[in-house]
Ligand binder design. Structure first.
Ligand code: 13P
Length: 251
């Protein structure tokens, strides 16, 4: 299966001009790569300015949990789709920190899937404990977030294991590839209980949290990650393009 690399630009850059320039640099590299799928998730206001390519599609960073109505400041699943997104990040820790519960994440997940968006569901623990109690919490999170998602809909899921403590640092702040693999297998088991073994095996599990050109190959190799979710390094085209080439196997 092709590796998936997702760029989460978060609330960057500031101007449309910078967004176009960054995207153009990434696209030039993407055009030469054949063995990866790339999803760039800019702020929603930039979506309609950027033209996706064959292996480079667009995604949103969040949607509201209702399909339409009097919700000042919010963006619906359908609106983000019409703006050009084929994917949507849901449940990012930076949204959960603002008070987003699993119940809301679940509403958004089901709404997005019904709208025909592929869901990039993020989850991870804020801290680990010696008795591994956090694993139970992680399982509960995944179960609640995917509650009432059908098997047919589950085909459009991408899961990102993104430990919150690993976000926003240098290569050494990241989890280890071995640890990632262990947690990805754990999440697969939870998925298998809900959707069956075969379907669970087909749902990609990505790693996120301080991915850099220095550690990307190890997560994809030793960590057997199906792909990567890249935050701050996706804002530096030269460094992000190295990650793309590594994931493509052509670096
Ligand atoms: P960093 O790559 O900056 O750690 O961000 C990770 C992240 O939150 C991606 O969504």
């Amino acid at each position: 299966m092709k590796k998936i690399v997702v760029a989460n630009w978060k609330m960057n850059p500031e101007t449309p001009r910078e967004a176009r320039r960054l995207f153009a640099k990434v696209k030039r590299t993407a055009d030469r790569l054949r063995r990866i799928a790339i999803v760039v998730c800019p702020p929603a206001v930039f979506l309609s300015l950027l033209r996706p390519g064959k292996n480079l599609v667009l995604g949103g960073q969040d949607i509201f949990n209702e399909p339409r109505g009097a919700f000042t400041g919010s963006i619906s699943a359908a609106q983000i789709k019409y703006a050009g997104a084929g994917h949507i990040i849901i449940g990012h820790s930076e949204r959960r920190r603002l008070g987003e519960t699993d119940e809301l994440v679940n509403k958004k997940v089901r709404l997005a899937l019904k709208t025909g968006l592929k869901v990039i569901l993020c989850l991870g623990e804020t801290a680990r404990d010696e008795r591994s109690d956090y694993l139970r919490a992680l399982r509960g999170m995944l179960e609640r977030d995917l509650d009432r998602v059908s098997r047919a809909e589950a085909k459009d899921l991408i899961i990102v294991y993104e430990p919150v403590w690993a976000i926003g640092g240098s290569a050494s702040s990241a989890d280890t590839p071995e640890d990632f693999l262990e947690h990805a297998l754990f999440l697969k088991k939870v998925l298998a209980a809900g959707f069956g073994q075969n379907l669970a095996l087909s749902i990609p599990i990505l790693y996120g949290g301080s991915v850099t050109p220095e550690n990307a190959a190890d997560f994809l190799g030793r960590g057997e990650a199906a792909g990567l979710l890249v935050g701050h390094e996706s804002l530096r085209a030269d460094r992000f393009n190295v990650i793309l080439r590594l994931a493509d196997g052509s670096a």
